[in-house]
Write a protein that binds this ligand. Structure first.
Ligand code: ADP
Length: 487
């Protein structure tokens, strides 16, 4: 998961989905991967500027693998020396900067929302019904050359803003530099905003993002815990960072695989002397997430369920019901008062498979990954050695009199050489083919196949096009064996 949510990997995974489903995936800012896509970035920006001369963009550059605002800066133009000068040093993502965020008390803020990925197969997702809002500490102004470097104005990271003289620790969830998201929603609701729509959009963003991550994640998972092997049951608490735009549209900034669960903050008693003091806002949100997670993943749950089911009806929910009220675009929180174990649900609400019907058509790439796993027989490793490659070719019935096993071996050596020369890390691959690189190539080919005509294609046609693609790479054997509906 840590690999999957790195800035470059996440951007790539979302991009694949944006290419296939541009409307559904418009919640992620346009992004380019550096250094490899720098020329593309320059060209596309140039083209967009030419087609709309009033467009005055700003871009945010984020080093891959960075966190807490580390190494992030803003530029107005691709030719900025900060950008061109650092291109070779560290891979990064450059992204369109969202210039018009929603402001509260004139300040920019973002939302940290906790999401439980309870299971990958079958997919089960829970979203916490409250999150944290982390505030900047300088009043916001739209980016200009003069204010680009003002991190307390543009970056909402707690770890940065805590060092601002304006940071306010507050015991109250409605004030200060860190507040509950529900307090923001209450405020918006009192001003007449449609907060149910905001929630519905956020839930949709979360489900779609996880759908974008699952194909590769499954390959990783399969390589660690092959099917049939009684492995550990895994779950992951993810921290989604979301920015609300002025028009209340949520935009995904990033996903954290290891979100901070601290419920204290440091206070400077005297210069250089710090003390840990409780942070009620963190405690309110995070304790509930941990408690619900443990209840949901508790292996003893089933046993207890039987003994407690008689009393479960009597347990009532303690939290306020604002977020549980009526439907918005069909996506709302589960209003049931109890978790499966019969205990009150504090905060985690199931959103998938609850809303699976509305999102299943987006799981196309997931199906490709499933075929991929089946054909490559990913087991116990992320590397495909020469023997595994031979088996793959045999499984796909690709070898024949024109394509002998000796040619397969030569092809294998050729691919590994080519990838090594493309900079795919030697230590990472150990001179073998990485499954994930094949999947990546496979997906690029799929998207390239579907993309030019995509606007005009119906879903059925996309499926057909995928089938032809599979056929064209020689997977007839599989298609004959498996009923069409499964494919
Ligand atoms: P990090 O992992 O270092 O925190 P983020 O992607 O979360 O990196 O970015 C840090 C901060 O920068 C965010 O919390 C947000 O305030 C701001 N930010 C990031 N991307 C954008 C964007 N595209 N538009 C506007 N602000 C952004």
């Amino acid at each position: 998961m840590t690999e999957m949510v790195r800035k470059i990997t996440l951007s790539r995974a979302v991009r694949t989905m944006q290419d296939l489903f541009p409307v559904e995936y418009n919640f992620y800012p346009r992004s380019w991967i550096l250094p490899e896509e720098f020329p593309l970035f320059v060209d596309e920006v140039q083209m967009m500027k030419e087609s709309d001369p009033s467009w005055k963009p700003t871009f945010i550059v984020k080093p891959d693998g960075g966190c807490q605002g580390d190494g992030i800066y803003l530029v107005k133009d691709p030719s900025d020396v900060r950008l061109t000068g650092s291109l070779q040093n560290r891979p990064a993502v450059v992204q369109e900067y969202i210039c018009k965020p929603l402001l509260v008390d004139k300040l920019k803020f973002d939302i940290r929302l906790y999401v439980l990925l309870k299971s990958l197969e079958p997919l089960e997702i829970y979203v916490a019904k409250d999150g944290l809002s982390r505030f900047c500490t300088e009043p916001y102004q739209e980016p200009t050359v003069k204010n680009l470097h003002q991190v307390f104005m543009h970056l909402t990271n707690y770890s940065l803003n805590i060092h601002s003289g304006n940071f306010i620790h507050s015991d109250n969830a409605n004030t200060g530099s860190k507040r509950t998201f529900s307090s923001i929603l209450c405020r918006l609701s009192s001003r007449g905003a449609d907060v149910k729509k905001v929630w519905s959009d956020i839930i949709s963003l979360v489900i779609k993002t996880i759908i974008a991550l699952t194909p590769e994640l499954k390959v990783y998972y399969q390589s660690d815990i092959p099917a049939g092997k009684p492995g550990p049951t895994c779950f992951q608490i993810l921290g989604f960072d979301i920015l609300l735009m002025k028009n209340l549209k949520p935009m995904l900034l990033e996903v954290n695989a290891n979100p901070s669960m601290r419920i204290e903050h440091e206070q400077e008693l005297s210069p250089g002397v710090f003390e840990n003091v409780p942070s009620p806002v963190d405690e309110e949100v995070k304790v509930a997430v941990i408690r619900d997670t443990l209840r949901l993943v508790d292996p003893q749950k089933k046993k207890r369920k039987n003994t407690q089911s008689q009393t479960s009806e009597q347990v009532s929910e303690t939290k306020d019901e604002l977020l549980d009220a009526g439907p918005a675009d069909g996506l709302e929180y589960d209003t049931s008062k109890t978790t499966e174990a019969g205990l009150p649900s504090l905060c985690l609400k199931q959103v998938f498979p609850k809303y699976a019907k509305q999102f299943n058509y987006l799981r196309l790439v997931d199906k490709v990954a499933a075929l991929f796993i089946r054909f490559l027989g990913v087991k116990g490793t992320t590397k495909l050695g020469p023997t595994g490659f031979r088996t793959f070719i045999r499984n796909c019935k690709l070898s024949n009199s024109n394509f002998s096993m000796a040619s397969v071996d030569i092809l294998y050596i050729d691919i590994t050489r080519r990838w090594n020369s493309m900079g795919i890390d030697h230590r990472e691959s150990g001179n073998a083919i990485l499954y994930l690189k094949i999947l990546e190539a496979f997906l690029v080919a799929l998207v390239a196949q579907a993309h030019p005509k995509l606007q005009k294609l119906t879903l059925m046609e996309i499926h057909l096009s995928l089938d032809f693609f599979l056929l064209s790479v020689g997977q007839r054997h599989f298609l004959q064996e498996v009923p069409y509906s499964t494919v």
